[in-house]
Design a protein around this ligand. Structure first.
Ligand code: G6P
Length: 616
């Protein structure tokens, strides 16, 4: 959600900032802008549209500059117009600022500034903040910037990751963070800052995470950045190392990141399991939660919170944990949990599931649970992101950077991590049959290869199937048991990237409503594996067919019976039920992908969405 990149050093800033924006564009793509300092003044370019439009606008200007800030926006306050694009400049030209987040009390600050005679040229909360900082400095009679920032932000409520240039401190970038992530990239004689690591990796893999309520001054001559806290004493920055390289954030010959990430799933699963399975005896080891195992084993209940695809992973997690570890488990949308005054005791365990580790609602839900004494854990992908930093313990899924806005490899890696977690808990609670435990681990180890062959086998048939789906207005997805959440995920994938309305439903619930929608124009995708619910699902398929519905089945390899029930069948290999979602979701990911491509949609950057939702 909104991407920020900033640079100060010896390189040409404009191409660097534009390249950084391209890498960050998946965070938001309503508008883009940049400002560079050269000599006494600034040059500012900003407009609605994508980074490529901004690049065209900048072309032809020779912009010698070694320092600048840039932004790609996901609109919150104000429509995506040129005026609302960032950076914003203060009324006196002192402050140029980009912002990720929301200023909650912007209306009050704006009213005050209007009374002081300051006028506004946009509808954004960010412009209010920009003027507010300049106004505070004027009021403090040009006091040092450290003091100005403390005073200005004593009156600002909301969330922010901010990068700014100020005229009175040439060659400096000032950063500030509350809630919205910001990283400093440390080079030799140069500094970078960004909302996430993707634009930094081509230049440096040494980063410093700005902590909550910290602000920093970056100047190329400093051996280390000056970091202050709005609350406490300055701290000595700790440099951390990013362990993936530039290939991970390039498309590598694929037409879209989404397709690349779908095909990266075998490796994502391998990386998620690496070092976590001991062979003799077969056993799961999860170092990230070993310190809290006693509390986990005795927890009366677990609550899993997440949003979007991560919430779907949590739903599968509920089935896994209840079946394998026999701990009552609840799943909640993080956004609902945090606002409904949940009953939380000190024995509770609340687990946030999040690819980015930054989703505002998930983070807030975990903070709430922590305040009330619960043990909080994170299952996240982005190393060093806010959730793993704030939780007591956790599990990284190690899926590698996920750039496509529609989550794919993070989902299957989350399911893998949740399976490991449930197996580990089940074994430590002595509630899991040893043979079943071993069988699941053996299949887990085979899964990366099974995923790879499945993807190879179904990609072409799914691409053909997509031709008949691309014209549909509605698609229904049905599944039961472990595959009910997969039906939800299949529907979400289709609607978010192809803009076809889709709904996921537990197959048996269909007759309580959605059955009314079924006619010959409504494709119904049914996950109908040869598992404990097979016969029941066949019954549900008959109900669809009796109403003229068109059935597409996701079935178990070798099941020929299903062919007489469905117009089209896509096969996945047979695995124990708890592992089946990792395979059944593959055709659904590909179906959404190929349908979106056929409809000419922007697969990696679907309209109105953002990869990392750092606002409520
Ligand atoms: C956004 C993304 C989804 C993602 C959800 C939760 O809506 O578009 O793909 O599932 O946020 O994100 P998280 O990073 O917490 O998993």
């Amino acid at each position: 959600m909104c991407g920020i990149i900033a640079y100060t050093g010896f390189r040409q800033a404009v191409p660097l900032l534009l390249e950084g924006l391209r890498r960050l564009e998946y965070r938001g793509y309503d508008s883009a802008g940049l400002a560079v300092q050269n000599g006494e003044g600034y040059r500012l370019f900003k407009q609605a549209g994508k980074v490529s439009d901004l690049a065209k606008a900048v072309e032809g200007f020779s912009l010698e500059a070694r320092i600048g800030i840039a932004h790609t926006r996901w609109a919150t306050h104000g429509a995506p117009t040129d005026a609302n694009a960032h950076p914003h400049v203060s009324y006196d030209g002192e402050v140029v600022l980009v912002h990720n987040g929301i200023i909650e009390n912007y209306a009050m600050l704006k009213a005050y500034l209007l009374e002081q005679g300051i006028s506004f040229s946009s509808d954004t909360d960010t412009e209010v903040l920009t003027h507010w900082i300049a106004w505070t400095r004027q009021k403090l009679a040009d006091a040092p910037w450290e003091k100005v920032i403390r005073e200005a932000f004593a009156h600002v409520e909301g969330t922010f990751g901010i990068a700014m240039l100020v005229r009175s401190l040439p060659d400096h970038i000032i950063l500030l963070r509350r809630f919205s992530p910001l990283l400093i990239g440390v080079g030799r004689g140069e500094y970078f800052a960004a909302s996430d690591a993707t634009p930094l990796v081509p230049y440096t893999r040494s980063v410093i995470h700005l902590e909550e309520d910290e602000f920093a001054f970056l100047h190329p001559d400093q051996t280390e950045p000056l970091i202050f806290s709005l609350r406490d004493q300055p701290r000595t920055p700790k440099v951390e190392h990013i362990d993936w390289d530039i290939a991970a954030i390039e498309r590598g010959g694929y037409p879209h990141f989404m397709l690349k990430e779908i095909f990266e799933q075998p490796n994502a699963l391998r990386d998620c399991m690496r070092g976590r399975i001991r062979l003799e005896p077969l056993e799961v080891r999860l170092g990230g939660i070993s310190r809290v195992m006693d509390r986990l084993i005795s927890a009366p209940r677990l609550t899993l919170v997440g949003c979007g695809t991560s919430w779907h992973a949590a739903l599968v997690g509920e089935y896994l944990i209840e079946q394998l570890a026999r701990i009552p488990t609840e799943v909640e949308y993080a956004s609902e949990f945090r606002y409904r005054n949940p009953v939380i005791s000190s024995q509770d365990v609340v687990i946030g599931i999040s690819q980015s580790g930054e989703t505002a609602d998930t983070l807030a839900a975990l903070r709430l649970a922590k305040q009330q004494g619960a043990l909080i854990l994170g299952i996240t992908n982005v190393v060093g992101s806010s959730i793993p930093r704030e939780t007591h313990a956790g599990i990284y899924i190690h899926a590698g950077p996920e750039i496509g806005v529609a989550s794919t490899k993070a989902f299957t890696a989350q399911l893998t991590a949740l399976t490991l977690f449930a197996l580990h808990l089940g074994a430590n609670r002595y509630v899991l049959d040893r043979n079943f435990h071993d069988l699941l681990i053996e299949y887990l180890l085979r899964l990366p290869d099974l995923v790879a062959t499945t993807l190879q086998q179904i990609n072409e048939p799914v691409a053909q199937l997509a031709e008949s789906i691309a014209h549909a207005s509605n698609v229904l997805y049905l599944g039961r048991g472990y595959n009910f959440p997969v039906a939800l995920e299949g529907a979400l994938k289709l609607k978010e990237i192809s803009y076809i309305h889709a709904e996921g439903y537990p197959a048996a619930e269909m007759k309580h409503g959605p059955i009314a929608l079924i006619d010959k124009d409504m494709p119904v995708v049914v996950i109908a594996l040869r598992d404990s619910l097979y016969e029941k699902v066949l019954g549900n398929i008959q109900e669809v067919r009796a109403r003229g519905g068109r059935v597409i089945a996701i079935a178990t390899q070798g099941d020929t019976e299903i062919q007489s029930y469905a117009e089209q069948v896509l096969y996945v290999p047979e695995v124990p039920e708890p592992l089946s979602p990792i395979l059944t979701v593959l055709p659904l990911q590909l179906l959404a992908y190929h349908t979106a491509v056929l409809r000419g949609c922007d697969v990696d950057q679907p309209r109105n969405l953002a990869k990392s939702v750092t606002v409520e």
